[in-house]
Structures are given as structure tokens and as C-alpha cells.
Design a protein. Structure first.
Length: 442
């Protein structure tokens, strides 16, 4: 969306709202919000936004809002008062994706003349958070810089803080980290809403919010809070697109695809879209991460050839020379991670002869201190053992999984253990299998 100092009122939209639809601005805004939900778009609308559309403050709404307006009115966008520019013969200028929702980012302190815009931006963010049910999800502790003017060094400090907090996920489950990550996200969005900054700093800050939303979404997913995770991933995608961060936008899509694949729905198309969104210029570790998630989506959907191709591309990405800085959210991806995903994919595809050697080798080196992850990965090794007819070995491995996952704030290892144990039910007479079932009950 772009704002225009030389306002040209949109009398077409105003007449359509008042004389055809007989709606107040508030009623029209509610209709737009309903249309956005129907389209699956994160667009928050209120009467002030409608006022700015009609009085010409907003010269051209962003792409998502154009779709919402078409759905709301039942008219093509070209007939809603935003026709070809009379001088150039072209459609009026549309801002680039990094600032498509300009109300979210104030590039300077509001003056007396643009005070209403500042209020509108604040209401927009609040409405976005309320729409996604995030406003009171956790008690945010405002960062000391909230409400002040900030520069690049402040954002960099916050990026480093976010990286440090991400390390908690190596040792704790989502139930234990969710409130903390949500508090960080709420503080980040408060800073976007109240701090002053230039355009470049604003983009970096919105990108940080996208990253924080991914952290919180992952914790929600790990804790079994799937509806909240989906909303947070959607919020992250919108923020990453506003910031012009294609790699981070791709990662938001990949998270969503991973969630779909983990809940018995196909995430293949979304995972492929994640790779395409990030593009060929993405950092190599980010590319490797997105390709391995595509491999998992393919495996979960029974597409062996697709999984194999994606794994090959993940390995190739790691081989690619790349001098650019690797983002903290993907820098951890290495050969061992790709090997783990390779074993998981083959186990999911019921190819134990391929899965077992890979998983045995890499998990032998995996530290038990990373209890959640190791417990989870062991379930695929147990699954592969069961598929190969090694019932007792599968039972021993599941018992180890249950030992490791005790006290870990994640629902996933135990859920996976139950799934594997169901396969062993016909063999409960075997002492090791009976012991694994007893361990589950304990």
C-alpha cells in the first residue's frame, strides 16, 4: 500500500459503499475482514483504513487488499476507482513487497499532520494480533527500547538475543519455551508499533518479528497447539514478505508444510512453494533446510522419487560455494541433519534396508542431552526395525525413546512412540515388547 500526500478522493468506492451497499465505514471494514478470512489472507481492516481508501491517503492498496476489495464488492478491482493513471496510462504505482503494508512500519516519528496515520498503524497491528488470537497469548515484557527511536545497532542486538533464545530449543520442548517465545514476539510487535526508525531499520525490525513468530509457531507445534502454530506461521509469512526477506518467507511456508505433513495432510505443494519463494540466491544452509523439508513432505505423502530428488538437492545446496552470511535459523543444518532426514524419509516410505544403516550411524553420535530430538528420531529407527521384522530391537528402541522423552515438554516423541507400539501389539507376548508397553503405561 502506498500513501499519497496529494490526496485524490476515491468517490467510486465511497459511492459504492454508501449508495449501493448502504454500509457505514465500520460495517464495510467488517465485510472486508470477513472476505480476508474467506481468502485465507492476513489483512486487518477497520473504519480508519476504509476512510484512508476513500479520502485518497492510500493511493493504491496492496495486492492482498485488492483481492479482499474484489471479494467484498463483487467487482473487478479496475472498476473500484483505481483506474489507469491519466498521465502515464499505467496502473498507479504499487509499493514493493517490503513495504506493501506501510501502516505497519513508521519510517519516522509522526508529525502533527500525520498523527492519524500513526494511530491507524497502531490499530492495524493490534487488529492483526487480535485476529490471530495472539494479543494475550503470553504476558509480554516490553523491551526497554519500546516507544523510543531506534537504529540498526538496536535491531542487531535483538537479532543476537533471538539467536541465543533459539538455543533453548535444543534442550527444552515447546511447552517449556512457548510462553517465552510469545513474550519476545509480543515485545517485537510492540516495538514495531511504537518505536521510531528509518525505513531500513523498519524492514529489519519487521524481519525480526517474522523470525520471532516462527520460533513461537514452532514451540506451539511442538506442544501440540496446532491452531496457534498455523496462525503464527501465517503471521510470520506476512511479516517476512513485508520485509522483503524471501528466505525467511520460504521458511515460514516450509514450517507450514512440515505441520501439514505431520498431521496426515499433504504439504508437498506448500513445501515446493517454500523452495521457490526462497529462490536460488538464498543462503545455502537455508536452501538445504527447505529442500530437506520438501523431502519429508514427499515421503509423508508416499512420493519416494520426489523425496530422493529433494534430498539430493539438499546435499547439493550444502556443497555450493556461498560467501554470504548464513542465517542463524538455518546455519545448524549440516550433513548429520541431512542424514537424519534421509533415514526418516526412508523409514516413512517403509524402506528399512535404506533407513536402518543411516539412522543407526548418525544416532550413535547424537548426544542424549538433546533428549527431545533424539527421542523423536529414535522412533523412526524403531519403525524401520519393525518394518524389517526386527520386533525386539524395535521394542528396545522405543523403550529408549520413552526414557529420553520423560519430562520433556514436547508431545511429539510420545505420540510417535504410541504409533510404533501399535504395530508391535501382535507381539506383546514377547518380554521386550511387553516391557515397552509397560514403560509407556508408567
Amino acid at each position: 500500500m502506498t500513501a499519497n500526500k496529494d490526496k485524490k478522493p476515491n468517490t467510486v468506492l465511497r459511492r459504492l459503499r454508501k449508495e449501493v451497499r448502504h454500509q457505514t465505514r465500520e460495517e464495510f471494514a467488517r465485510s472486508m475482514a470477513e472476505a480476508a478470512r474467506d481468502l485465507g489472507l492476513n489483512c486487518a481492516c477497520n473504519w480508519r483504513y476504509v476512510a484512508h481508501l476513500e479520502d485518497g491517503t492510500i493511493r493504491m492498496p496492496g495486492a492482498a487488499y485488492r483481492r479482499v476489495l474484489e471479494r467484498t464488492t463483487g467487482q473487478p478491482f479496475s472498476s473500484l476507482g483505481w483506474g489507469p493513471d491519466s498521465e502515464s496510462g499505467r496502473i498507479a504505482h504499487v509499493s514493493d513487497p517490503a513495504v506493501e503494508v506501510e501502516l505497519l512500519v513508521r519510517v519516522d516519528h509522526p508529525s502533527a499532520e500525520d498523527g492519524d496515520d500513526h494511530v491507524l498503524r497502531r490499530e492495524f497491528v493490534q487488529a492483526s494480533m487480535a485476529t490471530m488470537g495472539l494479543t494475550t497469548a503470553a504476558g509480554a515484557t516490553p523491551h526497554p527500547t519500546v516507544g523510543r527511536r531506534i537504529g540498526p545497532s538496536t535491531v542487531q542486538q535483538l537479532v543476537q538475543r533471538t539467536a541465543r533464545l533459539r538455543q533453548l530449543d535444543n534442550f527444552l520442548g515447546g511447552s517449556e519455551t512457548y510462553d517465552l517465545y510469545m513474550a519476545e514476539l509480543n515485545a517485537g510487535t510492540a516495538m514495531v508499533r511504537t518505536a521510531g526508525y528509518d525505513e531500513a531499520t523498519g524492514r529489519a525490525l519487521v524481519s525480526l518479528v517474522a523470525e520471532q513468530a516462527q520460533q513461537a509457531g514452532w514451540a506451539a507445534f511442538d506442544a501440540g497447539r496446532h491452531d496457534e502454530a498455523a496462525k503464527l506461521y501465517g503471521m510470520s509469512l506476512s511479516a517476512a514478505r513485508e520485509a522483503g526477506d524471501n528466505s525467511l518467507a520460504g521458511n515460514a511456508l516450509a514450517y507450514s508444510a512440515y505441520q501439514l505433513a505431520s498431521t496426515d495432510r499433504s504439504g508437498v505443494e506448500m513445501a515446493a512453494a517454500a523452495c521457490e519463494t526462497a529462490g536460488r540466491d538464498a543462503p545455502r544452509s537455508a536452501q538445504a533446510l527447505l529442500f530437506e523439508r520438501l523431502a519429508w513432505a514427499c515421503a509423508a505423502n508416499g512420493q519416494a522419487s520426489g523425496a530422493e530428488r529433494a534430498l539430493a538437492m539438499a546435499n547439493a545446496a550444502l556443497d555450493r560455494p556461498d560467501d554470504q552470511p548464513q542465517p542463524d535459523w538455518s546455519v545448524w543444518v549440516d550433513r548429520d541433519e541431512i542424514q537424519i532426514m534421509t533415514g526418516r524419509c526412508w523409514a516413512e516410505l517403509h524402506r528399512p534396508l535404506r533407513a536402518v544403516p543411516v539412522l543407526e550411524d548418525v544416532l550413535r553420535k547424537f548426544d542424549d542431552n538433546h533428549a527431545r530430538d533424539k527421542a523423536l528420531y529414535l522412533t523412526w529407527l524403531a519403525d524401520a526395525y519393525a518394518c524389517a521384522g526386527e520386533i525386539e530391537q524395535a521394542a528396545v528402541t522405543i523403550a529408549h525413546t520413552l526414557d529420553l522423552s520423560t519430562g520433556v515438554g514436547s508431545v511429539r516423541p510420545r505420540q510417535r512412540a504410541v504409533t510404533v507400539l501399535k504395530q508391535l501389539t501382535p507381539h506383546r507376548a514377547l518380554p521386550l515388547v511387553a516391557a515397552a508397553f509397560e514403560r509407556l503405561t508408567d
